[in-house]
Structures are given as structure tokens and as C-alpha cells.
Design a protein around this ligand. Structure first.
Ligand SMILES: [Zn+2]
Length: 403
């Protein structure tokens, strides 16, 4: 493909682009027996039958790439077509521990590259951020990122020149909560908490959270937002792309890379991916009829990936992974439990009652209560006096006396 010169060079995505994306992301290989349009059905050695189930992920890819806008200041654009983006993804996959500045040098500078002169630094960073996002589904903030594209409150750590892709994802996934003032995530703190978390899991069905704590659920494209609780709006974020996570796990299982600490052994920690999937399929929406109906409503009304209703663990899990401990997501699950125990008042009546129940209002209520009791006492005394007077009158002159 030649260089595209439109304002949005990645505006159009072909089915071939998506097929090549699968190859570079997960190592899918060509199959002699089928095509993307007519894949083999149910043959485990051929990956292409899973192509269709990745549709929500492909939609997100289209959405992200079509908005890529290069700098137009005389320098060449960092991404001229989808192949350029795949080139960068491949480069990150093979060099997960190389600092960003070395990666951009390797890609854009020097005689061996496909660029006549290096693109603007902002554009280089934008291209690498987009590539890393599509590989991990984590929100990646480029050095000079367009703030408009990201909700300011959720803005994660900026990817600095001296930080490698692996390290960057580690920072974002571990440190996001502490940045936002909440509990810090991470295996070390998580392990200590896991017993406590295990104890409360059975209470955290989505149905219960919705009924008791009045919480709603909102799909997100950002892995780092999964299970994030927005108390003000009464909303819990759910990572949308189940098929993407399963594909990551499958790719890493096939490579027999099992690790809980390095994010790029199989591109993302198996542990993290498993926790996200299990938190949806075991904790929030276990396989009972009511939970399943609730999950299906999120699929049809809120565009959760339909694949999240497919409980096909044996296809991507390794031995011993069916029982997951929540080392990363523990603090967020505890936040949900806390919200269940002490729901934030949301309705108008709830808020009124909440205000009235504070200490000084309790005092005020007691004083009012005393006055009411005294008033009622006086009232019943008056009634008593009247009754006595009537009885006395009747005794003096009984009715039917004839006088
Ligand atoms: Zn095939």
C-alpha cells in the first residue's frame, strides 16, 4: 500500500487490515483450508473461526484509528496507513523492555527506516500510544496527548521517553488508583487482602449491587477502568471486550508463557486478564438465571461484548487457573462491598434522610419530640377535664328524668 495523504490517513479499515492485525497481535497464521470470510468452523488448530467474535474489538480499533490525526507542519506523518501501525505493534512486541525513546529512534530515525525525515515528536508519540493501546486496551497518554480525547479525571500517567512499554503498563495498572486518591492496586498489597476479598465475593452479585446499593453498570473500552466505582453517579465500569481478553490468554497459553508479574509475557499479565474475566463471570454475573438475564440486558442495551456471556474457560485457561485470587482487583472489589454495606444516598428522599440523620439534627429531633409529647399531654388533660365536667353534669341531671 502506498502512502495515504488524506487528513485522516487511517479513516478506512479493510477486512485485510483486521486479519493482519490478528496476525501481529496474537500470531495467527494463514490457513490453507479457509479464508477470513469463510473460516473453518470449530477446528481448534485454525484461529480464524474466532475472527467474528472479535467484532466489538475491531469496532473499537476502527474508531480509534479513524480519529488519528497527524501533524501537518511539513514533516512526514508517523502513520501513513494501517501497515505502519502494525509495524509499530510488531516492534513493541519484540522489544517490550526497550525505552520509548529508543523505540521511536529505531522506527523513525536513521537510514534504515521508511521515513525520508523523522515525523514530529508529538506525532511519533501519538503513533506509539495508539499501538500500545490496541495491544493492551489500557488508556495510554501520549506525551502531548489531546486532552479532549481523554476524560481529564481519568488521565493516566503520561508515557515518558525513558519508560519501556512493559514498565508503562505496570505503572498504569498498579498506580492508577493511588493517583486518584484511592487504594493502591498491585500484587503485593493485593495478596495481603485476598483472604478478606474472598470472604465478600459471594455478596457482590450485580443484581444485589443494583438492588441494594442502587448501582448501575457501564461498559468501558479501557482495561484500567474495570470495576472502577463512580460513587457520585452510582456507576461501576465494566471492561467491555471479553473476546479480546480471551484471545490474549489463548495466545499466551499457546506460547506456554505463564507469569503473574511481567505484563508482556503474552502481552499482558495472565493474572490481570483472568481477574477481569472471573470478576465478570464468577462474581458479578455467576451462572444463575437472574444474573445471566441481567448480563444479557447489558449486552443488548449497553453494547457489552456478547462474548462475555460465553463461559468457555477450558479453551484459554491453564491448569489450576479456575480458582483466581484477586491480587490486582481486590481493592476495587472491596470498594464495591463497602458501597453495599454503606450505600451512598442517591435518591432525593435518601439524601434528605441522610442530612436529617446527622448528629445536630438528631438533637433537634429529640427537642421537637419532647415539645410534641408535652403538647399531647396538655391536650389529653384538657380532654380529661371536659369528660369529667360532662360526667358531672349528667350525674347532676340524668337524661330521661322528665324535668
Ligand atoms: Zn482455517
Amino acid at each position: 500500500m502506498g502512502a495515504t495523504s488524506g487528513a485522516f490517513p487511517l479513516e478506512k479499515t479493510t477486512i485485510e487490515d483486521l486479519a493482519s492485525l490478528c496476525k501481529v497481535l496474537w500470531g495467527w497464521s494463514d490457513c490453507a483450508l479457509c479464508s477470513v470470510q469463510n473460516p473453518c468452523s470449530g477446528i481448534s488448530s485454525c484461529s480464524w473461526h474466532r475472527f467474528k467474535s472479535l467484532a466489538p474489538f475491531f469496532d473499537h480499533y476502527r474508531d480509534m484509528t479513524k480519529r488519528y490525526l497527524p501533524d501537518f507542519m511539513g514533516s512526514p506523518q508517523a502513520l501513513r496507513n494501517h501497515a505502519d501501525l502494525r509495524e509499530i505493534i510488531g516492534m513493541i512486541r519484540s522489544n517490550p523492555d526497550t525505552p520509548l525513546s529508543d523505540l521511536t529512534n529505531q522506527c523513525f530515525h536513521g537510514s534504515g527506516t521508511a521515513y525520508p525525515s523523522p515525523p514530529a515528536t508529538t506525532d511519533q508519540h501519538r503513533a506509539f500510544s495508539l499501538a500500545l493501546h490496541m495491544m493492551s486496551m489500557v488508556t495510554v497518554a501520549a506525551h502531548y496527548s489531546d486532552i479532549d480525547d481523554l476524560e481529564a479525571a481519568l488521565l493516566p500517567e503520561v508515557w515518558s521517553d525513558n519508560v519501556s512499554p512493559t514498565r508503562y503498563l505496570d505503572i498504569v495498572l498498579q498506580g492508577q488508583n493511588s493517583v486518584n486518591g484511592g487504594a493502591s492496586l498491585g500484587p503485593a498489597q493485593g495478596l495481603a487482602q485476598s483472604l478478606e476479598v474472598n470472604r465478600v465475593l459471594k455478596w457482590l452479585k450485580a443484581k444485589r449491587l443494583s438492588k441494594i446499593a442502587k448501582l448501575g453498570f457501564e461498559p468501558t473500552n479501557n482495561l484500567n477502568d474495570h470495576l472502577k466505582l463512580d460513587k457520585k453517579r452510582g456507576v461501576v465500569k465494566l471492561f467491555r471486550h471479553a473476546a479480546f481478553l480471551k484471545e490474549q490468554l489463548l495466545a499466551s497459553r499457546l506460547a506456554q508463557e505463564k507469569t503473574a508479574t511481567s505484563l508482556f509475557e503474552g502481552q499482558m499479565s495472565r493474572q490481570y486478564a483472568l481477574e477481569v474475566l472471573h470478576s465478570i463471570q464468577d462474581v458479578l454475573f455467576p451462572p444463575d438465571a437472574k444474573s445471566q438475564a441481567f448480563l444479557r440486558s447489558l449486552v443488548s442495551e449497553q453494547e457489552m461484548d456478547p462474548d462475555c456471556t460465553l463461559y468457555n474457560r477450558s479453551e484459554y485457561e491453564l491448569e489450576g487457573e479456575d480458582d483466581v485470587t484477586y491480587q490486582w482487583l481486590g481493592p476495587r472489589l472491596m470498594d464495591l462491598y463497602e458501597e453495599l454495606e454503606n450505600p451512598t444516598p442517591r435518591g432525593l428522599l435518601d439524601q434528605w434522610l441522610e442530612r436529617k440523620s446527622r448528629a445536630r439534627h438528631v438533637m433537634l429531633a429529640t427537642v421537637i419530640g419532647v415539645f410534641v409529647a408535652v403538647f399531647l399531654g396538655i391536650l389529653s388533660l384538657i380532654v380529661g377535664i371536659i369528660q369529667t365536667w360532662i360526667a358531672w353534669q349528667q350525674w347532676k341531671a340524668p337524661p330521661g328524668n322528665g324535668q
